[in-house]
Design a protein around this ligand. Structure first.
Ligand code: PMP
Length: 393
């Protein structure tokens, strides 16, 4: 078979190819049942769909070492659903919430939350042109706010919380959509985290929520049931069976495929899996940033070391510095690539290096190193970046 190209897509992200083959083999006949998993009832007690949800939950608990005091549920509606679910489930009687604005995804979360409460900006990265996240000690947190929200990795600027901030006894909530399974998480610091699949967890259509059990039961009365964490955590005989679950995305990310693959690779106890994934992410990102930093200004990235994303590595061309486009505030606008960007993307594509363009509204180059991107892709990209630069020296 022809070699597969290397896929750096920002999401839906690359999937491990061996798992795609496994899914193809099982598609029409799931584990000898004669049916596909998409054709089976989720109400069949102990049946394949329920076991799949349990396996996925077990794998998340094991790999991420989620403490027993947290519930794990699987909702629909992606991270956008959670932008609303967070205030609806956590505000209680309170009327405001604190948000750390690190870019587009925080702003989207804020826009949705502002439908339900007053949104306070506790800290922002705009003043530093999104090059660093202000230290937690400087955040303006309000006594009256119900919770503090952060986006663990802003995929557009490549700005990441590499450490879990300590907000004391305030409730910290984080969007881990693009970060989960690339570093260890200190759950003690969080009231809840959520992670839309489509990056390291598999394919879009389901969203993982991990929430401290003692925070359940405070959803607003008008919370739609499909965003209600408590309702999801209480369904029987397994959680997350409130309505027909998104079986196929669960199947892709559950114990059968992405998560099982990780457990198989690192041992069923899961111990060490995350530490290994973290050092791999760290080493791969370091190689790319070194290529940028040692390019004599040909490639540029302005994010401070403490916040340089390990999963979404963004850079531009030094020669384009004078022509950086101002973002017009719309995520649906399209930035025209500069000549260098267009050349880079075209030559990369010819070399089998796909989907390296920045977010269409921002341009630039964005390298997404989700877990299923093989190390060989990083080798090939680094070689290409060097050759591209040297050809223009
Ligand atoms: N948050 C972050 C950090 C993301 O990267 C994305 C998707 N790229 C989202 C939220 C939105 O996720 P969804 O499309 O599943 O709602």
């Amino acid at each position: 078979a022809a070699a597969r190209p290397f896929n750096f897509c920002a999401g839906p992200a690359a999937l491990p190819v061996e798992l795609l083959h496994r899914v193809a083999e099982q598609l029409a006949d799931f584990e000898g049942t004669g049916l596909s998993i998409m054709e089976m009832s989720h109400r069949d007690a102990g049946g394949p769909v329920q076991r799949m949800i349990q396996d996925a939950t077990f794998a998340v608990r094991t790999i991420l070492e989620v403490p027993a005091s947290y519930d794990i549920i699987w909702q629909q509606g992606g991270a956008h659903g959670q932008f609303a679910a967070v205030p609806l489930n956590l505000l209680g009687e309170r009327r405001s919430a604190d948000y750390v604005d690190t870019g587009v995804w925080s702003q989207k979360a804020m826009a949705e939350a502002s439908k339900y409460c007053e949104v306070r900006i506790a800290a922002a990265t705009e003043a530093s042109c999104h090059s660093e996240i202000p230290p937690v000690e400087s955040w303006d947190l309000s006594e009256d706010s119900a919770y503090v929200h952060i986006c663990a990795n802003d995929t557009i600027y490549g700005l990441e919380f590499l450490q879990d901030p300590d907000v004391g006894d305030k409730l910290l909530v984080a969007d881990f959509t693009s970060t989960l399974l690339s570093r260890r998480v200190n759950f003690d610091r969080y009231a809840a985290i959520y992670c839309s699949a489509g990056k390291n967890l598999g394919t879009a259509g389901v969203c993982l929520v991990v929430v401290r059990k003692d925070l359940l039961g405070r959803a607003r009365a008008n919370t739609p049931c499909i965003l209600d964490w408590t309702a999801y955590s209480q369904t029987a005989p397994v959680p997350s069976l409130l309505n027909t679950p998104p079986v196929f995305p669960l199947y892709i990310r559950d114990g059968r495929t992405v998560l099982r693959h990780l457990l198989e690779q690192w041992g069923t106890s899961g111990t060490g899996a995350l530490a290994a994934l973290e050092s791999r992410a760290e080493a791969r990102a370091r190689r790319l940033y070194r290529e940028v930093d040692e390019s004599g200004g040909f490639y540029t990235n302005h994010v401070s070391d403490a916040n340089r994303s390990r999963v979404t590595i963004c850079f531009r061309f030094g020669a384009d510095a004078g022509m950086l486009r101002e973002w017009d505030g719309s995520i649906t606008s399209i930035a025209q690539p500069t000549q260098l960007e267009a050349r880079f993307l075209a030559e990369a594509q010819d070399r089998g290096l796909l989907q390296l363009g920045g977010h269409p509204a921002f341009g630039g180059i964005r390298v997404c190193l989700y877990n299923a991107v093989p190390d060989a892709a990083v080798d090939e990209l680094v070689c290409f970046m060097r050759a591209f630069r040297e050809a223009r020296a």
